[in-house]
Write a protein that binds this ligand. Structure first.
Ligand code: BDR
Ligand code: CA
Length: 326
């Protein structure tokens, strides 16, 4: 079954792979891409996204979204993030995990005039003729703003798929994950909005759905522009993970965002999916933490949360899609 989606990104190394996978796999009908501030300022995430769409020859519309989170400007904290997500190579050169894509040609792709939250509001004002889902792999600012413009859109969205949060895992603070920490007020608004189906892919899952150096060799053998770009992104991520956040396999990285797309292609990529109540903390040390209620008697469940992922299926799905690039 084909899934029609709108993809919301803060491109970003792993966002780039999500964009390529969504654009290339025929099981995904990509309607639009929206950009938001997160891994980089909005201008940079938008430029990076334009270049990646060019790489896979996609002509789908691109919408610019929010320049700042709803409440708190995370810029001072962002500096620390860049410091922690940076590695030094053999030549002493510093690499940030989410750099500008200077290695790709500049893009003259047009950006739509409508801001992303207004686009969401207009697209979902009425039930779309073909059921459409939203996939958010950056901070949730665009969607939360759309919900402020028109809260009724929730009933016209088939499914909301989110990369974010962590139950046993965190990467921004001791208890929070980057996307939710970057705009916790937006995350809380989205969680409480009453979506028909909300699927969360947190770090608990993405840290298990790893990509290894051997998988990078497979990308290299495929040799298409998408495969080679994915290989470059993973190589850098493997360095950062090895030096800063080792996973359970050696020479491996998490490639968070494309797991959301892989799930829409083959839902068995996600394993150990639990239907729970979630919220987002807005206070003190736990600011930005995904709060999950595991109590048996909880009757206000709002999210399907993946706690594990099949990394081999995930990598196979990416390989199949990259072969379709030319
Ligand atoms: C998430 O944060 C970003 O840095 C990545 O692109 C991913 O969406 C992982 O915590
Ligand atoms: Ca992202």
């Amino acid at each position: 079954m084909t899934r029609r989606i709108i993809l919301d990104v803060d491109t970003g190394s792993d966002d780039a792979v999500a964009v390529m996978l969504a654009a290339l796999n025929p099981a995904i009908d990509l309607m639009a891409v929206c950009t938001v501030k997160g891994n980089q300022p909005l201008d940079n995430t938008t430029e990076n996204t334009k270049k990646v769409l060019d790489l896979v020859h996609s002509d789908i519309p691109l919408y610019r979204g929010c320049k700042e989170p709803l409440v708190r400007n995370a810029a001072p904290w962002q500096v620390q993030f860049e410091d922690r997500a940076t590695v030094v190579d053999e030549e002493g050169k510093k690499h940030f995990i989410h750099e500008d894509f200077d290695m790709l040609p500049a893009s003259d792709r047009k950006i739509e005039d409508t801001p992303a939250p207004v686009f969401y509001s207009e697209y979902f004002k009425n039930k779309p003729e073909v059921s459409t889902s939203i996939v958010c792999v950056g901070p949730l600012t665009n969607l939360a703003t759309a919900l402020s413009i028109n809260p009724d859109i929730v009933s016209n969205i088939e499914e909301l798929v989110i990369m974010g949060g962590g139950d046993d895992e965190s990467n921004a603070t001791s208890s929070s994950e980057f996307n939710f920490f970057f705009d916790p007020e937006a995350a809380q608004k989205v969680f409480q909005a009453g979506f028909k189906k909300m699927t969360i892919i947190p770090l608990d899952c993405t840290h298990k759905a790893m990509v290894t150096k051997d998988d990078c060799k497979r990308f290299e053998e495929i040799g298409t522009p998408a495969a080679l770009f994915a290989k470059e992104m993973c190589k850098k991520r493997i360095e950062v993970h090895t030096q800063r956040q080792p996973l359970t396999l050696p020479d491996a990285c998490a490639l968070h965002d494309p797991v959301c797309i892989a799930y829409l292609i083959d839902e068995t990529v996600l394993t150990d999916v639990r239907f729970l109540h979630i919220d987002c903390s807005l206070s003190g040390l736990t600011y930005g933490q995904m709060v999950t209620d595991h109590r048996y008697f909880q009757d206000n469940r709002n999210a399907h949360i993946a706690y594990n992922g099949d990394r081999r299926k995930f990598v196979d799905i990416m390989c199949e899609a990259f072969k379709l690039n030319y």
